[in-house]
Design a protein around this ligand. Structure first.
Ligand code: GLN
Length: 482
């Protein structure tokens, strides 16, 4: 009789080799947990029979003497924006309800090749637009630490699936924080790789020059194991990095080098930053300095422009990307006989898209319109370039930038969505990495007096995912309150 209890992927693999657990036992465990946590609304679809069948195959392969695959039997969920051939994918939108993927996303394909078991798809904000997971055609997701609070967004279901133990890890997408911010609100680890590190092929597009496939898991080590299987060039995505990324490996505790860490001075003076979060970050920086690391404040006068630049550029890209959902080429078709084509499109799109998506399409169409293009879109592109240059400058002198993930802990349901501008402003610390294209990790280290978790964020230069993981693992070892 084999049991199952998850600690981390490496320990699970040891147990598989020792025969003290099996992939079938793991799948059983997670299917049971999913059934027990339906009230959290984290999952959109569960592939029960398929997961069991795949677990049986993977167990049989081991019994036949085959060696362990890199992600052998690792039970993973995928956000409802990643295509998995023959399975439903809807971007949590009525527009795509009932649609089934025709091919595998590269990230999904690589998960499967590495031996992972995909147990189901997770809820999210519609077309990944949102910060609370309340803009979903399937209804909101609840934070498992306090079901009256949101899980963050847009990959809220992915974060809760890890937090509540419904799978070992999740794939999400991060255009402006959608992996890191829900990870922060739910107390799990979240990685946004550098732009282009993981192919976007088969990821439903929101804003293509920002979109990244990201990973949520219980530890930096587990994130690293999955990242190593997913990252790398892909002929199907011309924006994917063409250089093979160095495999992430983590050092032993005693090998940690002296890091040169920067923090952007204005981040800690941001209006609305929770004083407990500010104190936790300041204390951590002071402790790092006391341990011999170099810690310095750098000026960053561009900080106030990053949210406006992000929302101008992403809504512009979204209005173009979502043009294909017209009810003819793709998506919901309104019943009845329309009078003319324009009225037909309007009905399909008004019925198919939720309010937040409509708002963004309109904002994007406005900033791209002939009379305003230069004033908004071109300006925002210029600001983006300034941010890229300023960031490169910082990384000439520092290994990493440290900052909060979100200005506050998970808000209560309904609290954040009332004022969209305030909701957008709260993305201040996460959109930075997407504008600059650099990798970033959210590491859950702290607990707020409200008893909600929160963490800190580490960013490294483009191409420096190995350093990002090593520093994150060091911070996890030094500061996590387990
Ligand atoms: N909250 C941000 C937005 O709504 C980020 C979303 C994301 O990363 N997909 O655009």
């Amino acid at each position: 009789m084999v049991g199952f209890q998850f600690q981390n992927i490496a320990a699970y693999h040891q147990q598989l080799l020792a025969g003290t657990t099996s992939c079938a036992a793991a799948v059983d465990h997670y299917l049971h947990a999913i059934a027990q946590h339906r009230h959290l609304n984290a999952m959109v679809a569960v592939f029960e029979e398929e997961a069991r069948a795949r677990a049986a195959e993977l167990d049989a392969a081991l019994q036949d003497g085959q060696s362990l695959l890199p992600l052998h039997g690792v039970v993973v969920s995928i956000k409802d924006v990643l295509c998995y051939e023959g399975h439903p994918v809807s971007a949590a939108s009525s527009m795509l309800k009932g649609y089934h993927a025709l091919y595998n996303a590269t990230a999904v394909e690589r998960l499967l090749l590495a031996g992972a078991i995909i147990i189901g798809t997770t809820n999210c904000d519609e077309f990944a637009m949102g910060s609370t997971n309340e803009h979903s055609a399937y209804g909101p997701v609840h934070n498992a630490a306090d079901t009256g609070r949101v899980p963050g967004g847009s990959s809220g279901g992915a974060a809760v699936a890890v937090q509540a133990g419904l799978c070992m890890a999740s794939l999400g997408s991060d255009t402006g924080g959608s992996v890191r911010q829900p990870a922060d609100y739910c107390g799990v680890t979240g990685l946004k790789p550098g732009y282009g590190r993981i192919s976007r092929w088969g990821l439903i597009a929101y804003a293509s020059s920002f979109d990244c496939v990201g990973i949520l898991a219980h530890s930096v080590t587990d994130v690293a194991l999955i990242y190593n299987q997913l990252a790398g060039p892909d002929g199907k995505d011309s924006t994917a990095d063409t250089t093979m990324p160095a495999k992430v490996y983590l050092q032993a505790a005693e090998e940690a080098p002296t890091y040169r860490l920067a923090y952007l001075a204005p981040t800690l003076d941001t209006e609305g930053l929770d004083p407990e979060i500010k104190t936790a970050i300041e204390q951590t920086l002071a402790q790092l300095q006391a341990r011999g690391h170099q810690v310095a404040a750098v000026p960053f006068p561009l900080l106030e422009y990053i949210v406006p630049a992000y929302y101008i550029l992403t809504t512009a890209e979204a209005s173009s990307n979502l043009g294909r959902y017209d009810g003819i080429r793709y998506g919901h078709q309104a019943p009845g006989h329309p009078d003319d084509l324009t009225a037909f499109y309007r009905r399909n799109r008004s019925e198919g898209f939720g309010k937040e998506v409509q708002r963004r399409i309109m904002l994007g169409s406005f900033v791209l319109s002939a009379g305003y293009y230069d004033a908004y879109f071109t300006k925002a592109q210029q600001v983006r370039q300034l941010i890229v240059d300023a960031t490169a400058q910082i990384f000439k002198e520092f290994d990493a930038i440290v900052m909060p993930v979100s200005p506050h802990v998970a808000p209560r349901l309904g609290e954040a969505t009332a004022d969209p501008i305030a909701m957008y402003m709260a993305d201040i610390f996460t959109v930075f990495a997407n504008l600059a294209g650099v990798p970033a990790m959210a590491i859950p280290l702290f607990k707020h007096s409200s008893s909600m978790p929160f963490g800190l964020q580490v960013l490294t230069n483009r191409g420096e995912e190995v350093l990002l993981h090593q520093l994150s693992a060091y911070l996890e070892r030094q500061f996590a309150r387990h």
